[in-house]
Design a protein around this ligand. Structure first.
Ligand code: AAL
Length: 397
């Protein structure tokens, strides 16, 4: 039996469907008065609601400032600041800090004294300030775990959460040996005061997803037979909010095979979210992960009834501010230039379980290492991503 005679009929059906869709779109455009507009003007009217950037609450410019006390220091790396919190009259920030070392030497040459990169062989330190500009480094907060544990090589890239009167540091953790293919997990320490003492939770609270398969024994993250989950290799950059009575941990993810030439089911960098009822978990990963296919360090804050994020550095939607009413399905709301690298926000309602998030006007971020200056350091930034301030950068003086 041959089905060949049905092919023209099938084509006819397909064409009819396409033309019905087109005429529906045309009808919709006519109804909305958009039929004679270019694609860009249609977006101006619909996606951007006739608004210029200065009228868009998600649009901002970033102004950067040197900080006193956390400046560039030869031999010591300070990077990836946490959210900034204020307790009594003091601001606190937590960050990755290396001991005084030689410049990082890469994964192949790293030893137990020589760091592979600027976040290797680190602990979480903290600094305090009374004005957000002059900071005093106070010493170590959460440190590496005992030999043989999941966090014995380095702990880094923290966020701080204030929850039910206690303080929780979440951070990346790496076990010795630190190689390209080493998996990264999220660890946690808690304290009754922002100054510690910190109690190390004995196991990781978030781990990479279902593994793919490496190809060969060589320590090369590009060489894989299969990818596994979107976060099969690393979970990074925990960033916390409290919402709907739960702890929401947003995080950056890498699948195995970053930069591989195989056809990819997931981006090299993406963002996931996992929720828990209690600070030590279990954190349950959302079924729609990855919830952003672009971005680098995860950075979120409660805004109005939803959640906002700045997407930086990687992917087709980099350099945008996005918002999701449900905290999961993000939409591009504004494009921005020079967004802060690895920002930590001073956002006082981040852990308030609010349905009317106010946003923020400042934070800290880092200037990453570069070949002629191989240690990272912290600086401050200002912006007006707050529902409580008038957009300042276009105000006439
Ligand atoms: C940063 C973050 C994580 C990575 C490294 C240190 O930009 O994404 O913290 O592991 O780089």
């Amino acid at each position: 039996m041959t089905y060949g005679k049905y092919v023209p009929v099938l084509w006819l059906v397909v064409l009819m469907i396409i033309s019905a869709c087109n005429s529906n779109c045309q009808k919709e455009d006519e109804e909305n008065g958009l039929e004679k507009l270019s694609a860009s003007m249609k977006r101006y009217k619909t996606q951007w609601e006739d608004k210029e950037p200065r009228e868009n609450e998600f649009y901002t410019c970033f102004k950067y400032k040197a900080l006193k006390g956390l400046e560039y220091e030869e031999g010591i790396s300070r990077r990836d600041p946490s959210s900034v919190i204020k307790v009594d009259d003091k601001y606190y920030v937590y960050y990755t800090r290396s001991p005084k070392t030689e410049a990082p030497v890469g994964y192949k040459r790293a030893t137990d004294k020589l760091p592979a990169n600027t976040w290797d062989l680190c602990d979480i330190f903290y600094a305090t300030s009374t004005d957000g500009k002059t900071w005093e480094e106070q010493g170590v907060a959460a440190s590496r775990g005992p030999e043989g544990e999941f966090d014995d090589r380095s702990v880094f890239t923290p966020d701080i959460m204030v929850y039910k009167g206690k303080y929780y540091l979440y951070y990346q953790a790496v076990k010795t040996p630190y190689k390209q293919r080493t998996r990264n997990v999220i660890g946690m320490s808690w304290a009754d005061s922002p100054e510690g003492p910190w109690h190390r939770h004995p196991s990781s609270v978030l781990e990479p997803g279902e593994m793919g398969e490496w190809e060969g024994e060589e320590d090369d993250r590009r060489k894989i037979k299969s990818y596994g989950a979107f976060d099969s290799h690393k979970v990074h950059d925990p960033n916390l909010i409290v919402r709907d009575g739960k702890i929401w941990m947003y995080y950056k993810a890498h699948p195995m095979g970053v930069q591989s030439k195989l056809k990819k089911p997931y981006p090299d960098f993406s963002m996931g979210v996992a929720m828990a009822e209690t600070p030590e978990g279990p954190f349950e990963k959302h079924s729609l992960n990855p919830i952003s296919a672009s971005g680098h360090e995860a950075l979120v804050w409660p805004y109005k009834e939803g959640v906002a994020t700045i997407i930086i550095a990687n992917g087709p939607e980099k350099n945008t501010v996005q918002w999701a009413r449900d905290g999961v399905n993000f939409e591009v709301k504004a494009h921005v230039v020079l967004p802060p690298d690895a920002a930590g926000l001073f956002c006082p309602d981040k852990y308030d379980n609010t349905k009317n998030g106010k946003g923020f006007t400042w934070g800290l971020c880092h200037i990453a290492q570069r070949p002629d200056r191989p240690w990272a350091y912290l600086i401050g930034f200002e912006c007006d991503l707050s529902s409580e301030v008038e957009k300042s950068q276009f105000k006439k003086e």
